[in-house]
Design a protein around this ligand. Sequence first.
Ligand SMILES: [Zn+2]
Length: 282
Amino acid sequence: MKTRAGLVVVLCFLLLGSYVYAQFGDKPAELSTIKVRDDLFVVYNDLVPGNTTVLVTSQGLILVDNKFEIDFDNLMAQIRKISNQPIRYVVNTHYHGDHSGGNSKMQAQNVQVVASERARRKMVETNQPGAPNVTLEDRVRLYLGGKRVEVHYFGRAHTDGDVVAYFPDHRVVAMGDMYTVGDGLPPLVDYPGGGSTREWPRSLDGALTLDFDTAIPGHGKPAMKGDLAKYRDNLTALGRRVIEMQSKKASRAEIEKELRSRFGFQDFHIQLALDGMLAELR
Ligand SMILES: [Zn+2]
């Protein structure tokens, strides 16, 4: 029951809202590498932790997200199969420990960690080690070895500090948990972390203005721009449905049933998001 264990880890992490996941993550995830372009890879695993994107340049590597701390050795082993260049930058797409848990170990190797100022604030508030060194409000560009990455903030979504990493020359965008792919991974609105069901589709509209073909989700296999547009449509439908049901005085239990059957919500989605969603979409 690997999947179930993963969900428990996510649930514990999100409910306790900090770095304590390590006490629940009993062993590192099994990792594999997916080639997206000749110099762009995703270090992938089933469900949890999050994907790590790796851009190879002649002057070092740029990563997007770095999994849990417990995954550090396995992550480095996968990266070393791709390249022997030093890691120069890591972008954290948001504050969750399954995307930023490797920060301290990477900073010890002089890696610069980049995130939104909001995500950094959340990491500091929740006593996560490895707070980012560089922060952005709307946008920052990283140039290395003749290649470039743009980091964009488009507004509230999964949390209030999600950023996406855009590789314009590759026509690829790494979305973090603003986009998740697969059964058991419907949109998860982290209300304690500032997430918003109402604003998430608009933030995705911002990402969809970028010129790209491939969308790398925070969890799950890489997909296409059209798939991301469908995910946005599903989120819009989700918000509308909750508003509609509340206007017809549906009970909490009826709305929960609808979210489970029609939108694939799991126990931890209900626990983390339902009350916040009912309050936001009243
Ligand atoms: Zn997350």
